[in-house]
Design a protein around this ligand. Structure first.
Ligand code: ADP
Ligand code: MN
Ligand code: MN
Ligand code: MN
Length: 373
């Protein structure tokens, strides 16, 4: 048996009575933000007297940045600026989940706030190029003791092979999480487009997109929040560690799929090839931002084995899952569409990933430097 949390063993059916109580015109609003680690999410809640209809209806708020690795105690107040509003699949309508940017009291973005810069880059490219992004988030379920969920206490499950898109009690470990998360995303208004069981047992994936510009980051961070929150209910952990198990087990990535009005149009393949050549020149720079530790996390994952490319080399190919960049077979046949950058680690910051891709592939070099730091 895998070890699940005490909280998940509470009598969850009792919740139903409280959830069905009326709340007048009041609305419960959970503010959600990325903490100082650049990976963790935090949330706290407040009451509003009426239902907010748009982001402009939501007040700014403060929190104690010294408790989230974002400020020192003597000057700890940080500001939460609402940037995205979603329906709350846990407390249900009319309650809301609100994604926030974190800024200092000077209104400069916090160090961990990469959305701000991403947004500036997207504003420069958006109108002309209309970039779309789609991300595939892989994650691994663990028991509360950190052991992969459903794996034998001693020894290992049978080797990889039957688990990818697998069905059956000996192949699909923890499907409830993937399915409940899918439902929660749809209710909340996330553009989730699919999910599948992955190559390593107890590893899963969901896909979000296509999204326009910065929206990709907003949607993916909220989808990650929902994943953590669903897992909390079930008492298990979802880790975004890019290589949770050493040895002959696949790691976890967050492939990013990219297109512009040019790549999507007739003759788009030419533009895809141009983008690939630009990416080739900046491989090292991209690897640095494709995980939160400057490439250290991806070192364990991008070995050239287990459907990855080597961290030291750039490569591209049609239908090639061992390449840095893959052009999907159908895109090659249509001669237009999108390409996939397979390098980002599961724990990457989507804002940083799309911002870096846009700078490399979609901005002229002289525009790139404009006021981005
Ligand atoms: P894979 O074969 O790599 O496992 P998936 O089906 O898991 O592919 O994911 C495909 C991803 O590509 C999804 O996130 C989807 O939103 C995204 N996508 C599809 N079309 C486009 C497009 N034109 N531009 C950008 N992303 C796209
Ligand atoms: Mn996929
Ligand atoms: Mn996958
Ligand atoms: Mn993929």
């Amino acid at each position: 048996m895998s070890y699940v949390s005490d909280s998940s063993c509470l009598r969850k059916a009792l919740r139903q009575q409280y959830l069905s109580l009326t709340q007048g015109d009041h609305c419960q609003i959970s503010y959600i933000w990325i903490d100082g680690s650049g990976e963790g999410l935090r949330s706290k809640s407040r009451t509003m007297d009426s239902e907010p209809k748009c982001i402009a209806d939501l007040p700014e708020w403060e929190f104690d940045g010294s408790s989230t690795g974002q400020a020192v105690g003597s000057n700890s107040d940080m500001l939460l600026i609402p940037v995205g509003m979603f329906r709350d699949p846990f407390l249900l309508d009319p309650n809301k989940l609100v994604l926030c940017e974190v800024v200092k009291h000077t209104r400069e973005p916090a160090e961990s706030n990469h959305r701000n810069r991403c947004n500036k880059v997207m504003e420069m490219v958006q109108e002309e190029l209309q970039p779309w992004f789609g991300m595939e988030q892989e994650y691994t379920l663990l028991g509360l003791d950190g052991h992969p969920y459903g794996w034998p206490r001693l020894g290992f499950p049978k080797p990889q092979g039957p688990y990818y898109c697998g069905v059956g009690a000996d192949r699909a470990f923890g499907r409830d999480i993937a399915e409940c998360h899918y439902k929660a995303c749809l209710y909340a208004g996330i553009k989730i487009c699919g999910t599948n069981a992955e190559v390593m047992p107890s590893q899963w994936e969901f896909q979000v997109g296509p999204c326009k510009g910065t929206e990709m980051g907003d949607q993916m961070w909220m989808a990650r929040f929902l994943l953590q929150r669903v897992c909390e209910d079930f008492g298990v952990l979802a880790t975004l560690d890019p290589k949770p198990m050493k040895g002959n087990w696949n790691g976890a990535g967050c492939h990013i799929n990219v297109s512009t009005v040019h790549t999507r149009g007739e003759g788009g393949m030419e533009y895809i090839e141009q983008a690939i050549e630009k990416l080739r020149k900046r491989h090292v720079e991209h690897i640095r931002v494709y995980d939160p530790h400057g490439g250290e996390d991806n070192k364990r994952r991008l070995t050239g084995l287990h459907e990855t490319s080597s961290i030291h080399e750039f490569s591209a190919g049609v239908a090639n899952r061992g390449a840095s960049i893959r052009i999907p077979r159908l895109v090659a046949l249509d001669k237009c569409g999108y390409f996939e950058d397979r390098r980002p680690a599961a724990n990457c910051d989507p804002y940083l990933v799309i911002c870096t891709i846009a700078r490399t592939c979609m901005l002229e070099e002289e525009d790139e430097v404009v006021d981005l730091e």
